[in-house]
Every structure is written in structure tokens, then in C-alpha cells.
Design a protein around this ligand. Structure first.
Ligand code: HEC
Ligand code: HEC
Ligand code: HEC
Ligand code: HEC
Ligand code: HEC
Ligand code: HEC
Length: 158
């Protein structure tokens, strides 16, 4: 029974993707290049099946389009640990106050995976001037230089 449900979920996700693809070739291509797609996470996981939207050729709103405040809840539905630690960060507090801040998709992108190599540049698009302390030697080995001294996802000092 569990296998059957899993197969059903697989086929629904794949079908929805195919139905959205003709009008949203860019988003579809981006999702295909993400690990999400290999794990059957596509349009329906984040936007619902959006049948009315699809049949009205965009004339009706999709079932769900996360606002920036809703993004951590959306992504955190599957990435529980990351959300839990993100929620304690200065980034989350500023976001909750309704101001521009970094949320999951700001750093990781909406659809395409953002290479971790590009992440430090993303940080610096907001943090244009950094304290001198940030130019020092990272304390621990990390794939993103900033994370050598600031813990992911709290971005507090290590
Ligand atoms: C027949 C064409 C068509 C199909 C099929 C279609 N869409 Fe759209 N979609 C549109 C149009 C047109 C827009 C509005 C264009 C824009 O805002 O750039 C849109 C906009 C959107 C938006 C942005 C809405 C916003 O408020 O920013 C999302 C999300 C979206 N579609 C999701 C989907 C999903 C998921 C599917 C598949 C279930 C889908 N669409 C299928 C035509 C389509
Ligand atoms: C992992 C979650 C996730 C998946 C999977 C996903 N989206 Fe999105 N999508 C988002 C988020 C987050 C936004 C940004 C919403 C905002 O700006 O408030 C977005 C925005 C959009 C937009 C509007 C602007 C843009 O960035 O292009 C369209 C259109 C869209 N998605 C279509 C799709 C389609 C079609 C699929 C499937 C091929 C898909 N999305 C899969 C999370 C997702
Ligand atoms: C329906 C569940 C689900 C949702 C919702 C979801 N993800 Fe994922 N995510 C996954 C799965 C499954 C993987 C693959 C895990 C693996 O293979 O280790 C993944 C992987 C990732 C990865 C790692 C990619 C890589 O190349 O290693 C990132 C980053 C990520 N997700 C970010 C997000 C963001 C940002 C959102 C919200 C916009 C989101 N996810 C929403 C299930 C989800
Ligand atoms: C300020 C930027 C930022 C925000 C906001 C953020 N992340 Fe991350 N995230 C990172 C960095 C940097 C890493 C890489 C850590 C490392 O070096 O391994 C990461 C790693 C991840 C990974 C593991 C990816 C992999 O390749 O192993 C997942 C999954 C993830 N984040 C999901 C989320 C989710 C879900 C949210 C929101 C609740 C979120 N992130 C918010 C910057 C961010
Ligand atoms: C969209 C803009 C934006 C992006 C992208 C961004 N931040 Fe932030 N960051 C903020 C805001 C807003 C605050 C809170 C106000 C402040 O301290 O400036 C903040 C605060 C911080 C703090 C201080 C934390 C504290 O507890 O005082 C650190 C450290 C930090 N960010 C690191 C990072 C790193 C590392 C990245 C990339 C992985 C990143 N930020 C990406 C906007 C951003
Ligand atoms: C060598 C370790 C190190 C590295 C690498 C590093 N930082 Fe820092 N960072 C620190 C320390 C220590 C402080 C606290 C400085 C102080 O209190 O004067 C700090 C403070 C900050 C602050 C200010 C927090 C506040 O209270 O206002 C931000 C924002 C920040 N770092 C972002 C970054 C970003 C973005 C990167 C990557 C591009 C980065 N850091 C890399 C050590 C580091």
C-alpha cells in the first residue's frame, strides 16, 4: 500500500510538472537542474496543482505563491532542521518585522540551485561593508567562506 501511494505521488508530481512546462519553460528547466526534481519535488510541492490557473492560461491565480514571510514555512515543511536554526537568526527577526532580509530563497534561489561557490557573493550583495574581523582566517573549514566564522543558519559568530 505504501509503495502504491508513493508511486501515485511520483506520477502526480511528474504530471503537474509536464502541464506547467509549456508556459513556464524557464522555471521548469531551472527545477530540472535542482536535486528537488530528482526527488520528485516540483511545481505542485510549492504552488499546489494550480488547476484553475493552468486551465485559465494564467487568468486565475496559482493555488499558492509564497510571500517572503511565508518562504521559511514553505521550505521548512521539508527542511525542518534548517528552518529551526534559521528562525533564531537576526535574518528571521528582521523578516518577521516586515523588512527586507535574507530568507531561504534569497540565499538558495527559487527554482535553480545556487552553487555554494556563489553564496559569499550573495551575502555581500546585502552586506556591502564588513567589519575588519571578517577578513581574517576562517576558524573552521567550510564550503562557504563566511560560514568559517559564522554558523549556518543562525549566522552568529563561532
Ligand atoms: C497556458 C499557460 C499557463 C500554464 C499551463 C501555467 N501557467 Fe502559470 N502563469 C501563466 C501566465 C500567463 C502567468 C502570468 C505571467 C506573469 O506574471 O509573468 C503565470 C504566472 C504564474 C506564477 C506567478 C504568479 C505570481 O503571482 O507571481 C506561478 C507561481 C505560476 N504561474 C505557476 C504555475 C504552475 C504551478 C503551473 C502548472 C500547474 C502553471 N503555472 C501553468 C500561464 C500559465
Ligand atoms: C521549492 C519550491 C518551489 C518549486 C519546486 C517551484 N517553485 Fe515556483 N516559486 C517558488 C518561490 C519561493 C517563488 C517566489 C515567490 C515570490 O516571489 O513571492 C516562486 C516563483 C515562481 C514564479 C514567478 C516568478 C519566477 O520566479 O519565475 C513562477 C512563474 C513559478 N514560480 C513557477 C513555477 C513552476 C512552473 C514550477 C515547476 C516547474 C515551480 N515554480 C516550482 C518556489 C518554488
Ligand atoms: C516537498 C519537500 C521539499 C520542499 C517544500 C522544499 N525542499 Fe528542498 N529538498 C527536498 C529534498 C527531498 C531534497 C534532496 C535531499 C537530498 O537529496 O539529500 C532537497 C534539497 C534541497 C537543497 C540542497 C540542494 C543540493 O544541491 O544539495 C536545498 C539548498 C534546498 N532543498 C532548498 C530548498 C528551499 C530554498 C526550499 C523552499 C523554496 C525548499 N528546499 C523546499 C525537499 C523539499
Ligand atoms: C543567509 C543565507 C541563507 C539563508 C537565509 C538560508 N540558508 Fe540554507 N544555507 C546557506 C549556506 C551558506 C549553506 C551552506 C553551508 C555549507 O557550507 O555547507 C546552506 C545550506 C543549506 C542546505 C544544505 C545544502 C547542501 O548543499 O548540503 C539546505 C537544505 C538549506 N541550506 C536549506 C535552507 C532553508 C530551508 C532555509 C530557510 C528556512 C535556508 N536554508 C536559509 C545559506 C542560507
Ligand atoms: C537580502 C539581504 C541579505 C543577505 C543576502 C544576507 N544578509 Fe545577513 N543580514 C541581513 C539583515 C537585514 C541583517 C540584520 C540587520 C543587520 O544586522 O544588518 C543581517 C544580519 C547578519 C549578521 C549579523 C547577525 C547577528 O546576530 O547580529 C550576519 C553575521 C550576517 N547577516 C551574515 C550573512 C551571511 C554570511 C550571508 C550569506 C550566507 C548573509 N548574511 C546574507 C541581510 C542579508
Ligand atoms: C575570520 C572569521 C570571519 C569570516 C571569514 C567572516 N566573518 Fe563576519 N564577523 C566575524 C567577527 C569576529 C565579527 C564580529 C566583529 C565585531 O564584533 O566587531 C563579524 C561580524 C560580521 C557582521 C556584522 C555583525 C554585526 O553585529 O553587525 C556581518 C554582517 C558579517 N560578519 C558578515 C560576514 C560575511 C557576509 C562574511 C563572508 C563574506 C563573513 N562575515 C566572513 C568573523 C568573520
Amino acid at each position: 500500500m505504501r509503495h502504491l501511494l508513493w508511486l501515485l505521488a511520483l506520477s502526480v508530481s511528474g504530471q503537474v510538472h509536464q502541464l506547467c512546462q509549456p508556459c513556464h519553460t524557464e522555471a521548469a528547466g531551472d527545477v530540472e537542474s535542482h536535486k528537488h526534481f530528482a526527488k520528485q519535488v516540483s511545481c505542485d510541492a510549492c504552488h499546489g496543482t494550480s488547476e484553475k490557473h493552468r486551465l485559465a492560461a494564467g487568468g486565475a491565480a496559482p493555488d499558492r505563491v509564497a510571500t517572503r514571510e511565508q518562504v521559511p514555512v514553505l521550505c521548512g515543511g521539508c527542511h525542518v532542521a534548517e528552518r529551526k536554526s534559521y528562525e533564531t537568526s537576526a535574518h528571521a527577526k528582521v523578516l518577521a518585522a516586515g523588512q527586507k532580509s535574507a530568507h531561504c530563497a534569497t540565499c538558495h534561489g527559487n527554482h535553480a540551485p545556487r552553487p555554494l561557490a556563489a553564496m559569499a557573493a550573495r551575502c555581500q550583495s546585502c552586506h556591502t561593508t564588513l567589519p575588519a574581523a571578517c577578513a581574517g582566517k576562517p576558524r573552521v573549514a567550510a564550503r562557504v567562506s563566511c560560514a568559517g566564522c559564522h554558523t549556518v543558519h543562525t549566522f552568529a559568530k563561532r
